[in-house]
Design a protein around this ligand. Structure first.
Ligand SMILES: Nc1nc2c(ncn2[C@@H]2O[C@H](COP(=O)(O)OP(=O)(O)OP(=O)(O)O)[C@@H](O)[C@H]2O)c(=O)[nH]1
Ligand SMILES: [Mg+2]
Length: 476
């Protein structure tokens, strides 16, 4: 966005901020210098608009010369008390596609330019109305797929992450100040040793590490977890897929090898957004198309957040099942939930299955086998499916175990900056232990502070700003 030649701060820009689809109302947003006069040129009560105080609304018509275009309400904001920090007008018009387009075209003809993605938020940032953690949180809220995801982003928007970073920066500054006393007064040998406490740096390092780890969980809430249904043919994968989605999406039949291509659907796993995959059943087959499907299943099963391995409970666990699970446990670093299906059908000899799993855990201590769980369900009656959701959620949460109660980092960009700060502090501790000069230690701490400042945007190159704002919607 920033390389865009048309980008000029304060230039009047306009954007349709709501989806262009028939609806009761739509909002067109305008910001920049002279916006009030420019909108007045197409408003039925130009003088009232020119005189309007900030944070007020006005009723009237959008007019094109003598022609009335639409009956609207204008919200007027005067700089600096607006989202962007500039003068702003929001036009609340009727949500018909053609009327919204007509008003927008009229605005462009009167001197407005079309806003770039995120340009409103970018101006808000430039004018000190928001820091980057909050700007990114707005985008997250817009893109959130579940309530839990949006409430985590709302925490960041309310400034919880900004506040935490502020506290950490204060602590680093405190350590830096104690070192700088020594740099200023080098003759006082004792000052440095007295004032500098490596434990303080270790504590900061610990806080940063916890913050860095929080990203994997936040990422799951933003992007969704991948849940793969796998198992032998006829295990009941497609039936479970349908039961979870509460619709007949996948073909179900008693014939082995029914599913060949994988299917994918979005689900909310008790607040965790997730993509659920139904796959081709695993078996040796002569059928070339089915073979391809099996290969696809094996590929999908390598890259998931949780594998739901289905075994037909009315048949019992086979040597192939055990071999698959054993291979999985030794190779993969994400959890597997063993799902015994068709609970309604016959009494299953659970004992054999539990015994087989216990043997696996014993054989592979400290592997993912520790997290191995079993759940018994029936897609036909729905029994056990809510327990399955609970266990799946618990396994996913465990995978992203974090000591933090609050929401953590909101983007990969933020995580990279925290990791850089961790590197600098770790280096500072090494420098201290190796008895290097105090200047070297101070430099590391300054670098750590700079990395953290990149997160909030106090220090930011064009590339950082570009990567943050170019992902926004137009009008935000
Ligand atoms: N009684 C009963 N039958 C079930 C249940 N779940 C699945 N079945 C039956 O088991 C058979 C196979 O089910 P699918 O869901 O197609 O199995 P799949 O694992 O997708 O099979 P492939 O696509 O061939 O790999 C069908 O006849 C289903 O009706 C269940 O909970 N109870
Ligand atoms: Mg199937």
């Amino acid at each position: 966005m920033l390389e865009n030649k048309t980008y000029i701060p304060e230039q009047p820009i306009a954007a349709i901020a709501t989806p262009l689809a028939p609806s009761a109302l739509a909002v067109i947003r305008c910001t920049g210098k002279e916006v009030i006069s420019l909108v007045a040129a197409i408003f039925s009560r130009p003088e009232a608009l020119q005189k309007a105080a900030g944070n007020t609304t006005l009723y009237g018509w959008i007019v094109d010369g003598e022609k009335k275009v639409d009956e609207v309400i204008l919200a007027v904001y005067r700089a600096p008390k607006s989202f962007t920090g500039e003068d702003m007008v929001e036009i609340f018009c009727h949500g018909g596609i053609s009327v919204v387009r007509s008003i927008y075209a009229l605005l462009l003809s009167k001197g407005f330019s079309e806003a770039e993605r995120g340009e409103f938020s970018f101006r808000s940032f430039l004018n000190g109305k928001t820091d980057l953690t909050k700007a990114e949180a707005i985008r997250e809220i817009i893109e959130s797929k579940t309530q839990d995801s949006s409430s985590r982003a709302a925490g960041r928007l309310s400034g919880s992450l900004f506040q935490q970073l502020l506290e950490i920066k204060k602590k680093i500054l405190h350590v830096l100040a104690s070192i700088e006393v020594e740099i200023e007064y080098p003759e006082d040998e004792e000052t440095f040793l007295d004032a500098f406490k490596p434990e303080e740096l270790k504590e900061i390092l610990n806080e940063l590490e916890i913050l860095s780890e929080s990203w994997s969980c936040e990422k799951m809430y933003q992007e969704g977890a991948r849940l793969i249904l796998a198992g032998k043919t006829n295990a009941g994968k497609s039936s479970l897929f349908n039961a979870i989605l509460k619709e007949d999406r996948a073909i179900v039949s008693e014939q082995h090898g029914t599913t060949r291509d994988w299917l994918e659907s979005f689900i909310s796993l008790d607040g965790i957004p997730a993509r659920l995959f139904d796959t081709a059943g695993l078996r040796e087959t002569e059928d070339l198309i089915e073979q391809k499907g099996v290969l696809m299943t094996q590929e999908l099963a390598k890259d998931a957040d949780l594998l739901l391995y289905l075994v037909d409970g009315s048949v019992g666990i086979s040597p192939e099942d055990s071999a698959f699970i054993e291979d999985f446990l030794t190779k993969q670093s994400f959890p597997l939930l063993l799902v015994l299906t068709k609970k309604d059908k016959t009494d299953t000899n659970l004992f054999d299955i539990i015994k087989a799993m216990a043997a696996l855990k014993f054989k592979h201590p400290n592997s993912m086998a520790d997290a191995l769980e079993i759940v018994h369900i029936s897609s036909k009656t729905g029994e056990g499916i809510s327990e399955l959701s609970k266990k799946a959620k618990a396994l996913l949460s465990q995978k992203h175990a974090s000591q933090r109660k609050q929401a953590g980092l909101g983007s990969l960009r933020q995580k990279k900056a925290v990791d850089e700060a961790i590197e600098s502090i770790t280096h500072a501790l090494e420098v201290y232990e190796a008895n290097y000069t105090i200047d070297a230690l101070a430099l590391d701490l300054e670098n750590a502070l700079e990395s953290l400042a990149i997160i909030t945007g106090e220090v930011s190159g064009d590339d950082v700003l570009d990567s943050v704002f170019s992902h926004f919607c137009v009008g935000k």
